[in-house]
Design a protein around this ligand. Structure first.
Ligand code: AMP
Length: 185
């Protein structure tokens, strides 16, 4: 059973690496960005509320994420096979919510994987990705939001003794190798 939280700036490779580990080890991958993008596409109540924040590169309000995470963590696949959380938590209240939830449902996580990549490399990667919220103005805003609201979580998890640094400024294969080494500890 593996439960991991992936932390890192937009473009650090969280999604790419989560997908690789998910398919090789059969660990359910939970990407809140993917879930929200689907909700926007389908114009569900959640999607309608989230859309304007996402288009601007802002975080959607914490409250919108909580039901979604609680539901996803109590489905049979995640209960039985664990999870990789990619893109959640992104704020301190989200981290505290998650710690409350995992205690309640008895799903402790092993590590918080902190994937680090220098800023300029991030911008170049994001510009190359071509997603709707990947134009330069929105990218700069997402990085600012990341440093203001999400980066402080490294302190929170480091104090809990959960934080593991992974160097993300390497080839995809090298980053995957670092993660596999961690999982075989
Ligand atoms: P991502 O695909 O993880 O880069 O997420 C894309 C966008 O979805 C972000 O820029 C936010 O607007 C929104 N989002 C995803 N996860 C969260 C979260 N945990 N809290 C708030 N907003 C989120």
């Amino acid at each position: 059973m593996t439960r991991l939280i992936f932390l890192g700036a937009p473009g650090a490779g969280k999604g790419t690496q989560a997908k690789i580990l998910s398919s090789e080890y059969y660990i359910p991958h939970i990407s809140t960005g993917d879930i929200l993008r689907t909700a926007v596409q389908q114009q569900t109540a959640l999607g309608v509320k989230a859309q304007s924040y996402m288009d601007r590169g802002e975080l959607v309000p914490d409250q919108l994420l909580y039901d979604l995470i609680r539901e996803r963590l109590t489905q049979p696949d995640t209960v039985e096979q664990g999870w990789i959380l990619d893109g959640f938590p992104r704020t301190l209240p989200q981290a505290e919510f998650l710690d409350g939830l995992v205690a309640e449902v008895n799903q402790p996580y092993e590590y918080v994987v902190y994937i680090t990549v220098p800023d300029e490399a991030l911008v170049q990667r994001l510009l190359g990705r071509g997603r709707k919220d990947d134009n330069e103005v929105v990218i700069r805003n997402r990085l600012r939001v990341y440093y203001e609201q999400t980066a402080p979580l490294t302190d929170y998890y480091s104090k809990l003794g959960k934080l593991v640094d992974i160097q993300g400024d390497k080839s995809e294969e090298e980053v995957t190798a670092q993660l596999k080494a961690l999982l075989s500890r």
